[in-house]
Design a protein around this ligand. Structure first.
Ligand SMILES: [Zn+2]
Length: 150
């Protein structure tokens, strides 16, 4: 290794935070180079990457779970405020809250946009269309029961 490289390596080890910042800035300034570098790395290390993913499935599952949670939070906060609340009873337990179709066209919509995460993503990519509100599971259920009894 040349003296220059040793110097750089030592600097990176000495200032890991600064190095991270520097690299992030470099990536922003050179998106094409960064993309090419990753492409080449992926092509060269295909087997290695696959094995790593297979041996660390829990890590990657965690990523998507965290992303799903972030997406759901974004939608709940848009329709239900910060922190999101049930419009009927004010319940704010995150896991009990649901996105409700105000005009009761849920079943038709679900066929079009899917349920769960794909519905949440659909709302985000369509810039939060109106016609939705946040209800807790209880109030959602009560609304449904009332409809049945009509
Ligand atoms: Zn409620």
């Amino acid at each position: 290794m040349s003296n220059n490289l040793i110097y750089i390596k030592n600097w990176q080890r000495k200032y890991p935070e600064k190095n991270k910042e520097y690299q992030a800035r470099w990536r922003l300034r050179h998106p094409d180079k960064n993309h090419k570098f990753h492409q080449e790395y992926r092509d060269k290390n295909k087997g290695k990457i696959q094995t790593y993913r297979r041996n660390n499935l829990h890590l990657f599952r965690g990523y998507t779970k965290a992303n799903q949670h972030r997406a759901r939070k974004l939608v709940l906060e848009h329709y239900g405020g910060k922190p999101p609340k049930c419009v009927n009873c004010g319940c704010s337990i995150f896991d009990c809250l649901d996105i409700d179709h105000i005009y009761n066209n849920g079943s038709k919509e679900r066929k079009k946009q899917g349920t769960g995460t794909s519905f949440v993503k659909w709302l985000i990519s369509n810039n939060f269309p109106s016609g939705y509100q946040i209800l807790c599971r209880n109030c959602n259920w009560l609304k449904y029961i009332k409809l049945l009894r009509k």
